[in-house]
Design a protein around this ligand. Sequence first.
Ligand code: NDP
Length: 281
Amino acid sequence: MGNILSGKEVAEALKQKLKAEADELREKGVVPTLSIIIVGDRADSAAYIKGAVKRCGEIGIECSVTELPQDLSQNEFLEVIHRQNADEKIHGIMIMRPLPSQISENVVKYEISPAKDVDCFSPVNVSKVMSGEEGGFAPCTPSAVMEILHHYGIDPKGKKAVIVGRSMVVGRPLAMMLLKENATITVCHTRTANLAEETRRADILIAAAGKARMIKKDMVREGTCVIDVGINFDENGKMCGDVDFDEVSSAAGMITPVPGGVGAVTSTVLAKHVIQACKRG
Ligand code: NDP
C-alpha cells in the first residue's frame, strides 16, 4: 500500500501553529473573529458550520453565526454584509452558498469586503488566485490540498499535475495554485477525450469530480501521488472519495484517504485565513 497522506495529521500540525498565533493576538487585545452567514436551513451547511465553529474554538478564534430567514430580500442581505464589512471586530466573513434564488451571488460577490473574504467569494480574491498575486485569500479546499503537499514535502515544481474537475471551487483555482508552484498542469473534465490516458501521465493526480470511486487502478501510474478531494456517499451510505481507495492504494506512491484526507484540513485552512485577515488588520 502507498503511504497515507493523513489530513488529520496536517490539520493538527497547522492547528498548533495557529493556536500560538491566536494566543499572541489575544495577548495584544485582539480577538480574531469569524462571522459565518447562512440564509435558510441546509443540512450540509449546518454540518460544515458545526465543524468550522469547533475548529475555530480550539484555535482561539471567536465565531459568530448569523442565521437569516430563507425569504430575506437581496437588499436586506446586502445590509447585513455592509454592516459586517464595517464592523472592526469582525476579521473574516464566510457566506454559506448556495444562496436562495432571490439573492444573486453575482451581486453579493462584489459587496463582501475582499480583506474579510476568507473563502474567496470576491472577484478581487479570485483574480489574485488566477494571477498568482500574494495577499488575497484562495478558496479553502484547494488551499487544503496545497497544505497537504507542503506538509509532506511534496514539491510540485517540474511535476506533471493532472486535475480531474474544473469547478471554480476546486479544480480551476487549484490548477493556478499548482502552476504558481511550477507544476505542469492538465485539467480534465467530462469532455476529456481519454481520461485514463491523461491521469496515467500524472506525477500528482488530484480527483475533484464528485463521482464515487471513479478513479480506478488502471488510471494511475505506479508511484503517483494521489489526492482525493471528492466527498461522496456510496449505495450503502458510506462516505467515499472519487478514488477507488482499495484498488488504487496499492499502485499509488502516496494517497489521501476519505474521510481523513483533504476534508479534514479545510476548516483549519479557514481558521488560517481568519488569523491572516486579523493580522493584516
Ligand atoms: P462540481 O460538480 O462543481 O464539479 C465537478 C467537476 O468534475 C466538473 O468540472 C466536471 O466536468 C468534472 N467531472 C465530473 N464527472 C466527471 C467524469 N466522469 N470525468 C471527468 N470529469 C468529471 O464539483 P465540486 O468541484 O464542487 O466538487 C468536487 C468534489 O469535491 C465533490 O465530491 C465535492 O463533494 C468535493 N468537495 C470537497 C470539499 C472538501 O473540503 N474536501 C469541498 C468542496 C467540494 P464538467 O465541467 O465537464 O461538468
